[in-house]
Design a protein around this ligand. Structure first.
Ligand code: HXC
Length: 260
């Protein structure tokens, strides 16, 4: 399947989604969001794929935001629908039981920063730039940025970034916990693939259950969260992977997980 605004590449157990609108710094319009949605459905249903990397085509931009040219004449109801579409697509990333790694290869502004924040793990090139510059355009972050930035870096830092529209470079993004690791641009994709490979060698269902436990747990009180955790822990014992993982340990060999 080919898409107009994104490229989907599959290799072994890894899928890589490139946001591909070079003329507009990979900015997100409606069609691009729908392409991303189609790719997420594909990846979710493809039992061969264990991890997904999301990155931007080219070296300058991950995603420079939602498409301003597309947005500038929207009505109130159209703007709300455009916000909801992006929110729904990004939520699919969080709800999918497969790990999603953002390889941030350049500008991650507005909707681009919001896309990165919906991913599970963020790796950034040294030259990447982050920010929520929406207030400078007379709008607010609308793809979950007001919610996820505060959860990731804390309320005070999130409010300062959002109220000022300031951009920050990768070292500062790393310092405040917005990204997990920093690499030279030339190494970024190799490092993302290495991380994806490491995760792919673990028991796939257990990785998926962990994602669910952490994600859902962050939205509830601790007692509900640990209740979910023990339910999911129990469910692991209905899997072949648990039997193989523990048997391999006892037999002093590497596990061979068959689950897809
Ligand atoms: C549409 C964009 C764009 C965007 C860049 N372009 N960002 N088009 N929407 N978000 C286009 C430019 O218009 C230009 O097209 C081409 O990409 C190259 O960009 P330049 O500005 O010439 O490049 P450069 O000088 O290197 O500056 C890069 C940049 C700057 C710093 C990333 O382009 C920029 O500030 N972009 C906007 C960033 C932003 O404000 N993002 C938040 C958007 S609001 P032409 O045709 O002139 O060559 C948002 C809301 C999310 O994201 C929630 C929605 C519900």
């Amino acid at each position: 399947m080919t898409y107009e605004n994104v490229i989907l590449d599959k290799e072994d157990n890894l899928a890589t989604l490139y946001i591909n609108r070079p003329k507009a710094m990979n900015a997100l319009n409606r069609e691009t969001l729908l392409d991303i949605k189609a790719v997420l459905m594909d990846v979710k249903n493809d039992s061969d794929v264990k991890t997904l990397i999301i990155t931007g085509s080219g070296e300058k931009a991950f995603v420079a935001g939602a498409d301003i040219a597309y947005m500038h004449n929207l009505s109130v109801s159209e703007a709300r629908a455009f916000s909801q579409l992006g929110q729904d697509v990004f939520r699919m990333i969080e709800l999918m039981e497969k790990p999603v790694i953002a390889a941030i290869n350049g500008f991650a502004l507005g909707g681009g920063c919001e896309l990165a924040m919906a991913c599970d793990i963020r790796l950034a090139a040294e030259h990447a730039v982050f920010g929520q510059p929406e207030v400078g355009l007379g709008v607010i972050p609308g793809y979950g940025g007001t919610q996820r930035l505060a959860r990731l870096v804390g309320e005070g830092r999130a409010k300062e970034l959002i109220f000022t529209g300031d951009t920050i470079k990768t070292p500062e993004a790393y310092r405040i916990g917005l990204v997990n690791h920093v690499y030279p641009g030339s190494e970024l994709m190799d490092q993302a693939k290495k991380l994806a490979g490491k995760i792919a060698r673990q028991a796939p269902l257990a990785v998926g259950y962990s994602k669910t436990a952490v994600g859902k747990g962050l939205q509830v009180d601790i007692d509900t969260g640990i209740g979910m955790e023990s339910d999911l822990f129990g469910m692991c014992f209905a899997t072949e992977d648990q039997k193989e993982g523990m048997k391999a340990f006892m037999e002093k060999r590497k596990p061979d997980f068959k689950t897809k």
